[in-house]
Design a protein. Structure first.
Length: 273
């Protein structure tokens, strides 16, 4: 179930990125973040109320991890878009995709003990993600610094969501509320509403973000966090599959190999977990 939920998060986030890309041509980055987080919060919080009644604990120590995840998600999003604006996707994507590996490494340091076979399959999945993301012939320097920062910040988000004390949906709701509260100052800086052509893509991106965030929250609560982190970080492979089947894109040979490697790895994880 952890593998299935992690991959669900990866695919919904990959679809969301398509609408984020469309919105970025029409809306200021700060306004885009605020609107997406607002929509995501409006979806996640009611579901959390229905599913588990927003169960506690709600002391400062318990609120810390999900709140940190929400804030890290905002920062990671801004860094990711900045990286993709100044650099090539062939550089940015594989670097940010290591967020899952970073989070898995932190989980091991914090006490998780995956089996040798699980470790090997996690490494294979990470290699597959890198292969999918590399496009030969693109520039290889610009945006790398921002992408590294985004990978580390997103890893913080993944690890924090794996150490919450509340039920999964409640944790997701708290994280989204924290995201919204910290995004409000950005809206005050922009002080404008999105243009009409951007409303539908933003609605789609916000809704998909909510689904992906909820799926990862549940996957992280089920554990192990190492598996939840790496499978949910397979957005590069998911985006490639979206391009093949929905956008009719043609990929390079290394990207097809990466998809096959990733599928092999996640199938193995599904059999082990």
């Amino acid at each position: 179930m952890t593998v299935l939920l992690g991959l669900s998060a990866a695919f919904t986030w990959a679809f969301a990125s398509v609408f984020v890309q469309k919105s970025s041509r029409l809306v200021d980055l700060r306004l885009m973040l605020v609107v997406i987080v607002l929509i995501s919060t409006c979806v996640v919080v009611p579901v959390a109320l229905i599913v588990d009644g927003l169960q506690g604990p709600f002391n400062l120590q318990a609120l810390g991890p999900p709140a940190l995840a929400g804030i890290a998600g905002n920062i990671g999003f801004l860094l990711m878009v900045k990286a993709m604006k100044v650099g090539s996707i062939s550089v940015v994507a594989p670097i940010i995709a290591i967020e899952g590996g970073l989070a898995a490494a932190v989980a091991v340091v914090l006490g998780e003990r995956p089996s040798p076979a699980t470790i090997a399959l996690l490494a294979l999945a990470a290699v597959g993600a890198v292969l999918v993301s590399i496009e030969p012939g693109r520039r290889t320097a610009k945006g790398a610094g921002w992408a590294v920062l985004a990978a580390f910040v997103y890893a913080v988000m993944l690890v924090a969501m794996g150490h919450t004390e509340q039920p999964a949906m409640t944790s997701a709701g708290i994280a989204r509320v924290a995201s919204l509260l910290t995004a409000i100052p950005l809206f005050l800086m922009v002080r404008q509403l999105p243009p009409r052509p951007a409303i539908k893509p933003l609605l789609a991106a916000g809704t998909l973000d909510a689904v992906g965030f909820a799926a990862f929250a549940i996957a992280a609560s089920l554990g192990p966090l190492t598996v939840a982190s790496v499978t949910s970080a397979q957005w590069a492979s998911a985006a490639a599959l979206i391009g093949i089947f929905f956008l009719r894109e043609r990929l390079h040979i290394n990207q097809y190999v990466g998809i096959a490697v990733t599928m092999l790895a996640v199938t193995g994880l599904g059999l082990l977990i």
